[in-house]
Design a protein around this ligand. Sequence first.
Ligand code: UDX
Length: 440
Amino acid sequence: MKISVIGTGYVGLIQAVGLANFGFKVIGIDIDDSKVKMLNNGICPLYEEGLEELLKKHTGKNLEFTTSYEKIKDSEVIFLCVGTPQDNNGNTDLKYIFSAVDNLKKHISGKKYLVVKSTVPIGTNQLLKERLNGYNIEIISNPEFLREGMALKDFLNPERIILGFDENDLSSKEILKYIYQYFIEKNIPLILTNYETAEMIKYASNAFLATKISFINELSKLADKTNADIKTVSYAMGLDDRIGKKFLNAGIGYGGSCFPKDVKSLTKQFESKGIDPKLMTATDSVNENQVKWFFEKIKNYYGDISGKTFAVLGLAFKPDTDDLRESASIKLIDLLLKEDAIIKGFDNVKRARENAYNMYTLDKSKAFYGYNLYILDSLVEAVTGVDGIIFAVEDTKFNTIDFENIFNMVNEKVIFDGRNIIDNEKIKKIEFEYIGVGLR
Ligand code: UDX
């Protein structure tokens, strides 16, 4: 069976490579010519463990990339994986979805199945059905739950597969069960439902996790003003199965391409139906404020931070990725630079360092900070001579740092742990000052 995947961003590329690895013949379609060329040469445009190896293994064999929608005509099943960014008002912009579907229309011959993997507001699949009225095409909603840095593992071991169907169509179920046979044999829970439920499951899952993070982040402020230790609070809460220990780590806020956007989109979806989105608004605003609150803590420690030098360890929105989108670390760096601090940034992922360097040198709105910002290839260089070390990403590799050794390299002995990842008791024994998030 031939399969097409429209959009070779995060979701699309993993889907295309993953399905090729299952043995299907896959065509990846993207409007970006340079990206298509890279992919056909086996070069991966994004950082994800193991992805480039698999790409190289299948490209030119059962996997190819093209900018031409014409190739779709041989595929029975088409996965739609284009981006759904936010517009200026926080609503989901469906322009890439609509333009892909309109391009698709020109090349439909014979029966097709369009599987929508992009995150789309509730009601979108029904809208697409209307847009494709009169064409021999069935739509299936199949939201994606991949985490960056874990994407291949998540692709192979999903916790559930959601399939939303048109209630009058029977053939879609069979075709999807055929493609996802591997998962069915592994007894991965399969949820067969209608479009709207499938669409809501995706937003509900991401918004719930984001809310869990904002919940503990809000509590961390109270812990800060009292003698409570937020890490122990999280740990003890997590021992209750009903609560669960994951996504309960206080920090400087969630980022990435999904949580911030999805929470904002859900807020707008409530509003569009005349419902006051109280909880979603709070989740979003706690998150927006968390990094500012931590910045104030840093500032209060010194009184004036102008001319102070900080090592900022971790640049991406989380560990093991090069993705800087909505990164709390970058937001913190921006706040520090605006008050004339000097930043020495480091991330364990080389491509995250490169992306940060490019962003600050190429992005006009940030370029003027350039002379106060250094992105370094070595952690030791980053911490040498600084007035404070800031941990901005929950990268466990930072735990192996030899703080006794670092002690003599820094100017002021203070650690701001924006992710509560450093062993605070150990640090304090070496006579570093320790300032965490609801943790001292
Ligand atoms: C998320 C969802 O997990 C995934 O299912 C969905 O498909 C896309 O969005 P991802 O964006 O890759 O995946 O990031 P994730 O690992 O979920 O982390 C999101 C953010 O939350 C990160 O910035 C992380 O630092 C933050 N986080 C996570 C916390 O601040 N505290 C926690 O306890 C957990």
